[in-house]
Design a protein around this ligand. Structure first.
Ligand code: ADP
Length: 397
C-alpha cells in the first residue's frame, strides 16, 4: 500500500492545515502545510517531514478569500507533489461530534446532514470543519472521507462526570453534557503509553494538554474517566485568551448590570481573558516569561496553580495517580510551568528530576526521579497521525 497516500485536513475558523502521509503499516508523514489568514491575507506554506520549507507564498491577490479557495489551492499544490501516487483516503479533524458521533465515521450525505445539526454546539469551528468535506466530495468523489471527532474519546466518562446538575430532561432534550475536547491528542498519548510505561498504560494517568487551548484528562487503563473541558472548550483551565471556569452568574451580571451585549460578553470570555486578560501583555507563555511586569507573573502563577488544582481534582476522579503527562505547546516546551506544577503536586507523590526537566527531546521522555512514586513524562502530541490511523481503519471497514 506504499503508493497510497492519506490526506489529513484540519480546518479552523481562519486556516486550513493539511498533512500528507504515506500509508505504511503506521502512517509516515511526507509533508505538512497550511493556508493561514483566509479572510485577511491568505498565505500558503508547506514543509517536508524533516522540516525543510517546500513552499511559502501569498495566495493570488485576486483570489476570493474563502475556505473553498484555500482548499482548492492546497489540492492543486498537492497534485504537483504526488505524481504516480494515489490518494486512498482523507481524514478530517472535527471539533464537535455532538451527541451522535462517538467514534470516527465515514462521511456520507446523511452524515453531513447530522453534522450540520452540531453547528449550534460549535458555531466557530463546525462550519469550517464541515465545508471541506462537501467540497472534497464534489472534487474527489471516489476518495473516501472519514470524520474524526475531538469529543469522541471522552464518551467513556461515567454518566455522573458527563452530566451537569441541570434538570435531567432539559439536558437530554438539548444535548447538554460535558463533551470534552482535545480527544485526538489524548488518544494519541494513550497509544504511546504502552510502549514507554506499562503501569501508566494500564493504571491511572493524568494528561495535561497545555497549548493555546488547554485541557486535562484523567485516564484509567487508557480510557477517559474525566476531563476539564465541558459543553464547550471554554470550561476548565485558563487558556491563551479564554477564561476557563468562572462563575456563570457573571454573564448575567454583565448582561443585566453592565449593559453589555451577548457578543461583547462572548468576546470578553473567549478572546480577551486568560493569559492575555490577566497579564495585559500577551496570550503567549513565552512573552510572559520574558516580561518583568508583575502582571505577567500573575498570569503565569494563575495558570500553574489551576493546572495543579485540576490535576488534584482529576486524581480524585480516578482515585489516585500513577503517571502525569505533559503535552502540547506549553506542556512540551515550558520548563518553568512543568517545574511549578510538579512542585505544587509533590504531596501527590510527584518528584521532578530538575536535570531531566530541562533536557529537550522530540521523543517521549521521563522527567521524574527514578524513585518518584508518580512517573512524569513529556510526550509530544500528534493529532494528525491519530486521524490518519482512524482514516485508514475506517475506510477499509
Ligand atoms: P494550539 O494547538 O492550542 O493552538 P499549541 O499546542 O501549538 O496551541 O501551543 C501554542 C502555545 O504554546 C503558545 O501560545 C505558547 O504559549 C506555548 N509555547 C510554545 N512554545 C513554547 C516554549 N518554548 N515555551 C513556552 N511556551 C511555549
Amino acid at each position: 500500500m506504499s503508493d497510497a497516500l492519506i490526506l489529513v485536513i484540519n480546518a479552523g475558523s481562519s486556516s486550513i492545515k493539511f498533512s500528507l502521509f504515506e500509508a505504511e503499516q503506521d502512517p509516515q508523514l511526507i509533508c505538512k502545510g497550511q493556508v493561514e489568514g483566509i479572510f485577511t491575507e491568505p498565505a500558503f506554506s508547506a514543509k517536508s517531514a524533516a522540516g525543510d520549507t517546500l513552499a511559502a507564498s501569498p495566495l493570488p491577490a485576486d483570489a476570493p478569500k474563502t475556505h473553498d479557495t484555500a482548499l482548492r489551492y492546497i489540492l492543486n499544490w498537492l497534485r504537483g507533489h504526488t505524481a504516480g501516487k494515489t490518494l486512498a483516503v482523507i481524514g478530517h479533524r472535527v471539533v464537535h461530534g455532538g451527541p451522535t458521533f462517538t467514534q470516527p465515521v465515514r462521511v456520507t450525505p446523511q452524515v453531513l446532514d447530522v453534522l450540520d445539526t452540531t453547528i449550534p454546539l460549535a458555531p466557530l469551528h463546525a462550519p469550517a470543519n464541515i465545508l471541506p468535506m462537501r467540497v472534497l466530495a464534489e472534487l474527489l468523489p471516489d476518495v473516501p472521507q472519514v470524520a474524526c471527532f475531538d469529543t469522541a474519546f471522552h464518551r467513556t466518562q461515567p454518566e455522573t462526570t458527563q452530566l451537569y446538575a441541570l434538570p435531567y430532561e432539559f439536558s437530554q432534550q438539548h444535548g447538554i453534557r460535558r463533551y470534552g475536547f482535545h480527544g485526538l491528542s489524548y488518544e494519541y498519548i494513550a497509544s504511546v503509553l504502552p510502549r514507554i510505561d506499562t503501569r501508566a498504560a494500564t493504571g491511572r494517568t493524568i494528561v495535561a494538554h497545555l497549548g493555546n487551548g488547554a485541557s486535562m484528562a484523567a485516564l484509567s487503563a487508557g480510557k477517559c474517566q474525566a476531563t476539564t473541558m465541558g459543553f464547550t472548550a471554554l470550561e476548565g483551565l485558563p487558556m491563551g485568551t479564554r477564561t476557563g471556569s468562572f462563575d456563570p452568574a457573571l454573564v448575567f451580571h454583565c448582561l443585566t448590570h453592565l449593559d453589555m451585549s451577548v457578543q461583547a460578553v462572548s468576546d470578553l470570555v473567549h478572546k480577551q481573558s486568560g493569559l492575555l486578560g490577566l497579564s495585559g501583555i500577551s496570550s503567549d507563555m513565552r512573552d510572559l516569561h520574558a516580561s518583568d511586569e508583575p502582571r505577567a507573573k500573575l498570569a503565569v502563577d494563575y495558570f500553574c496553580q489551576h493546572v495543579a488544582r485540576e490535576a488534584a481534582s482529576l486524581a480524585a476522579a480516578i482515585e489516585g495517580i500513577d503517571a502525569l503527562v505533559f503535552t502540547a505547546g506549553i506542556g512540551e516546551n515550558d520548563v518553568i510551568v512543568r517545574q511549578r506544577v510538579c512542585q505544587q503536586l509533590r504531596w501527590l507523590g510527584i518528584d521532578l528530576d530538575e536535570a531531566a526537566n530541562v533536557q529537550r527531546s522530540p521523543e517521549p521522555h521521563r522527567i521524574s526521579r527514578p524513585d518518584s512514586r508518580v512517573a512524569v513524562y513529556v510526550i509530544p502530541t500528534n493529532e494528525e497521525i491519530m486521524i490518519a490511523r482512524h482514516a485508514v481503519a475506517c475506510a477499509v471497514d
